[in-house]
Ligand binder design. Structure first.
Ligand code: TYM
Length: 332
């Protein structure tokens, strides 16, 4: 079975709809006929300052949310990145294969370091995509299900795989990004030309999966639209309405075209009211299940231990090959 791998950062109390519709929902689908590795990227999280206690809590919350979403620990290895030391070890090798200018071209570094200026950003933030390449290549996956914002990191990953393979010996598979056209970029509800993001300007633009469902319903109802008052999908000129249609279609399985017909001649208020109900129906059981899982930390710990053991078997074998090929003497 082809392998899939992906990761998510534990940098907020809740995943949001962008994470879910853009990425983790595909994890759930792909686990059925692939060999899946899914991890919580705590090494990536500390590229910006984190409160240690909060980071620990959020890591467990992330595990609970993944399981509540439908990632099945019996099918998928669910693990914490720092539990598999080979990620950091392979990242060092790739650091030495990456050009300084090449790393500098990564746009997420530019975005994330923009606020405090480059000087204030950590070196870890700078080398973040190189660690991500290591995360991926260690497992030799066929597909990496992510949102559109990760495309550039996937390109670097493929470049590094190719470089290593040609400099030493064929070691890595070139992974394919698995990015859905429909939901690869879910927009902010208040600023629909930007992606929904934890670092967004206002919390009212993000639907958090673990928010009180009433709050999420309200956010949908107050989403920014336009003054045309026609329910029509056109991301260029009608980003707000198009985003609502994308979310609606993704949650119900109805096509965007069918929705346009269904809401022909009706007001935005109707669309929002219906979508708010759909969202409430979706997040309520998810939230209940997550909270239930968080009550049983010994179960979560056991899932993560099992996941790390499965992951390490693969990661150790890859790192052994790499160390041998770069010319390290085998340890005694
Ligand atoms: P992170 O934690 O920011 O986001 C997790 C996943 O959610 C996707 N995503 C979105 N998709 C659509 N619309 C949005 N508005 C939206 N916002 C977020 C992201 O694309 C991502 O797939 N660098 C990664 C974590 C990572 C990783 C990896 C991923 C570390 N190592 C190896 C894949 C493979 C990140 O920060 O994702």
């Amino acid at each position: 079975r082809p392998r899939v791998l992906s990761g998510i950062q534990p940098t907020s109390d809740s995943f949001h709809f962008g994470n879910y519709l853009g990425a983790t929902r595909q994890w759930v689908d792909l686990q059925r006929d692939h060999q899946p590795f899914f991890f919580i990227a705590d090494l990536h999280a500390i590229t910006v300052e984190q409160d240690p206690k909060v980071l620990r809590e959020r890591t467990l919350r992330a595990a609970a949310q993944l399981i509540a979403m439908g990632i099945d620990p019996a099918r998928s290895a669910i693990f914490v990145q720092s539990h598999v030391p080979e990620h950091a070890q392979l990242a060092w090798v790739f650091n030495c294969l990456t050009g300084f200018g090449e790393a500098r071209r990564m746009t997420q570094f530019k975005d994330k370091s923009a606020k405090g200026g480059e000087g204030a950003a950590s070196v870890g933030l700078f080398t973040y995509p190189i660690l991500q390449a290591a995360d991926i290549l260690l497992y030799r996956p066929h597909y990496v299900p992510v949102g559109e914002d990760q495309r550039q990191h996937l390109e670097l990953t493929r470049d590094l795989a190719q470089r290593f393979n040609s400099r030493y010996k064929k070691t890595f598979r070139l992974p394919e990004p698995y990015i859905l056209k429909a939901t690869g970029k879910i927009a902010d509800l208040q600023d629909p030309t930007s992606k929904m993001s934890k670092s967004a300007s206002s919390p009212s633009g993000i639907i958090e999966m673990l928010d009180d469902p009433k709050v999420s319903a309200k956010k949908i109802r107050s989403a920014v639209t336009d003054s045309e008052a026609v329910v029509r999908f056109d991301p260029e000129t009608k980003p707000g309405v198009s985003n609502l249609l994308t979310i609606y279609s993704a949650l119900t399985g109805e096509s965007v075209q069918a929705l346009e017909e269904q809401y022909a001649g009706r007001m935005y208020g109707d669309l929002k009211k219906d979508l708010a109900e759909i969202v409430v129906g979706f997040v309520t059981p998810f939230r209940d299940r997550t909270l239930e899982l968080l009550d049983d930390q010994s179960y979560l710990t056991q899932v993560l231990a099992q996941g790390a053991a499965t992951a390490r078997e693969v990661a150790e074998a890859t790192l052994r090959d790499v160390y041998q090929r770069v010319g390290f003497v085998a340890p005694p």
